[in-house]
Design a protein around this ligand. Sequence first.
Ligand SMILES: *Cc1c(COP(=O)(O)O)cnc(C)c1O
Length: 382
Amino acid sequence: MKFNTKVIHGGQQHDPSTGAVMPPVYHTSTFAQKSPGVHTGYEYSRADNPTRTALEHALESIENGARGLAFSSGLAAIDCVMKLLKPGDEVIAMDDLYGGTYRLFTRFYEDMGIRFHFISMNDLADFEAKINEKTKLVWIETPTNPLMKLADIEAIAKITKKHGVLFAVDNTFATPYLQKPLDLGADIVMHSATKYLGGHSDVIAGALVIKEEALGKQLHFTQFATGATLGPQESFLVLRGIKTLHLRVERHCFNGQKVAEFLEQHPLIDKVLYPGLASHPHHELAKKQMKGGFGGMVSFTFKSGAKQDAVSFLEKLKVFTLAESLGGVESLANHPALMTHASIPAEKRAEIGVTDDMVRLSVGVEDIEDLISDIEQALNAN
Ligand SMILES: *Cc1c(COP(=O)(O)O)cnc(C)c1O
């Protein structure tokens, strides 16, 4: 099955009792047993629920993994992976991560005795030199949030395999429509399904897809034993979102490219960070690793370098909504330093380049002319 067919049919079957084409939303906590221990495969909804199972099979299909798991949030999915670790273990993570991921790593797991190395992942020799016998996990995002940096999944996977280290990729920004980390050698793919998979800004959800069955079983056990599972209603919404993923991402890519090109030639704008621009430092890697486009996320800074220019631009937008989050059909705009990345200390933000004049756009699927003219009027008002 090809991808555009998989998003609709992958891992799905009609409801065996009624023929319902979409899985019913099984609002039930428990399942009747014929005799003690004799059941349909479902016992209690924290362990498994049929609506969640339908979503998990769809996730397996679109990311080419053995096991999909759906969580109550993206962070719950990351937390489940982190629970594989023991005090003394080390993690190598990218130095530009979603703010909440960074917070989880440094405010919880560091205190529990896990050591993190945050590095750029551009220098693969430096990366390999950081691996020692305590290194258990490598965690990356590509493209990153909000700097849109890329990391070479295939090259990193070769190194993690050689050293027997688990390799997880947060694929939230790219989505499996553009990029399939498991095919490139990663062990685990993670999603904030709140974003492009759900696609309509109406649900908080997370996902893991695991390449090997044995690790998938272990993580399913952790999820069951610790409890951060996705409810049936939310599972239904994410599954419905996935059915149009290919259509939406195609338009996000088209609009994202146009917005990035418009900003790049605008006299008030300094840097435009978008992997689809030839000026992007990782454009060649993006062309190799991301298939069919470069996504809908665009970050930029002002020539003035002034925080006030970013703030007043954001206040004047009309079609774009000033809000956290991303990946929905509607366009959103965000000020990383004051909003999504405020949990990263100011010095650390300055060090990695999340400056106070930076704006991050989640370009939606509206008419491109309306999006460009909205950006234009908000810039001209400055
Ligand atoms: C939003 C996001 C997360 C966290 O997901 P939640 O669903 O908000 O818990 C993790 N990684 C990335 C890249 C995100 O954008």
